[in-house]
Design a protein around this ligand. Structure first.
Ligand code: NAP
Length: 356
């Protein structure tokens, strides 16, 4: 198994670019004790993440869980459910974004869970208003809100450049260079993108020194994103899914219900298993502890190859995309949630149905 080596630079505060001997700076201590091999040791509970079945290895050798907890302001947030996911269900990957406005709340949940930082895989995303020269600062603030000193994955949330920037191509290139710098400084263990089309990926491959490790896109039985997936496979970019339950909209589709009955599982478990059985990470989200638990009980059964193909064809026959970025230029500047009450986000969701 490949393992990534971390080179520790003595007394260097990477965010500030200055050396520091401040004994209160735990960053260096954490970096020194950080062991990639210790991430996601097999857990022994009933919903255990076993090493082989529950993790994948990215192009740089970093081990990533196949199942994570989604978090977004869309549909609301429940602190207890996140703590429950970490403490009782062995979720070790959390997916979030500056945009969701929940980084601070998640930081509190992580702390309360008592799960050691090095056992977690934490993803967050760069929002396009922070493109260009603000990348490092945005990453730093996200880390501060999450109460952590490095990210397991930092992704560019969207390939769409706000109209307020001149020269979109130049700003995209500058953004990727800044992301590469964060990776090279070991503040982020993996560098990713999200919602990138083949054209967007080709562009980045053209000007980047590093390939993205991951492209996170919509993926569920009714939207299998085949072309982008194949492109990613060919480039050794890990395709990662979001909205594995299509925001709950496909759970009553008759074909899914029938399969649920056949495998004696729930519709949600069928959808999640369909993704992870193909080696595609899934990050279902729920505010309800019992659903959080249900969604991780997917390592004790397999879907037959025939049924896997059958599910894939559902999406080909009647695709159902749930995410829509059409109106994004008018909505880039929604508040980022820093220091705000989560209830504000519930209101934002009502006003702003896209959920990105
Ligand atoms: N990169 C991007 O642009 C992007 C875009 C969208 C999402 N994401 C990420 O992907 C994650 C998942 O996507 P999502 O939250 O939009 O949608 P999702 O996980 O496909 O579905 C969540 C919805 O399904 C319901 N649900 C969850 N488990 C259930 C179960 N076992 N039975 C019945 N209903 C269930 C939830 O309701 P309750 O809460 O009431 O249980 C919620 O309404 C997000 O949280 C976010 O981290 C990323």
């Amino acid at each position: 198994m490949i393992s990534q080596r971390i080179v520790i630079k003595e007394n260097e505060d990477i965010f500030s670019g200055h050396n520091t001997n401040d004994p209160n700076t735990s960053y260096l201590q954490n970096k020194r004790s950080f062991s990639h091999d210790s991430v996601l040791e097999p857990c022994t509970s009933i919903d255990s993440f076993t090493d082989d079945l529950s993790t994948i290895i990215l192009a740089n050798g970093v081990k990533m869980p196949l199942l994570g907890l989604g978090t977004t302001h869309s549909g609301g947030y429940n602190h207890e459910a996140v703590v429950y996911a970490l403490k009782e269900c062995n979720y070790r990957m959390i997916d979030t974004a500056k945009r969701y406005g929940l980084e601070k709340e998640l930081g509190e949940a992580i702390k309360e869970s008592g799960i050691p930082r090095e056992d977690l895989f934490i993803n967050t995303k760069l929002w396009p208003t922070d493109f260009g020269s603000n990348v490092k600062n945005a990453c730093k603030i996200s880390c501060q809100r999450l109460g952590i000193e490095y990210l397991d994955m930092y992704m560019i949330h969207l390939p769409i450049v706000p109209d307020s920037f001149e020269s979109p191509k130049k700003i995209k290139e500058e953004t990727w260079r800044e992301m590469e710098k964060l990776y090279e400084s070991e503040i982020i263990r993996t560098i990713g993108v999200s919602n990138y089309t083949i054209n967007d990926l080709e562009e980045i491959l053209d000007f980047g020194s590093l390939k993205p490790h991951v492209n996170q896109c919509e993926f569920h039985p009714f939207y299998n994103n085949d072309e982008i997936r194949k492109f990613c496979d060919g480039e050794n970019i890990q395709f990662m899914g979001y909205c594995p339950l299509a925001k709950g909209t496909i759970l009553y589709e008759p074909e899914i219900l029938k399969l649920a009955q056949k495998y004696q599982k729930s519709s949600a478990q069928i959808c999640i298993k369909w993704s992870i059985q193909q080696g595609i990470p899934a990050i279902p989200k729920s505010r309800k502890s019992e659903r959080v638990e249900e969604n991780c009980q997917v390592f004790d059964f397999d879907i037959s190859q025939e049924d896997m193909e059958f599910i894939k064809k559902l999406g080909e026959a009647r695709p159902k995309k749930v995410m829509n970025f059409d109106n994004i230029q008018n909505n880039f500047n929604l508040p980022d949630g820093n220091g705000r009450e989560v209830s504000v986000w519930d209101r934002v969701t009502e006003l702003h149905p896209y959920g990105y």
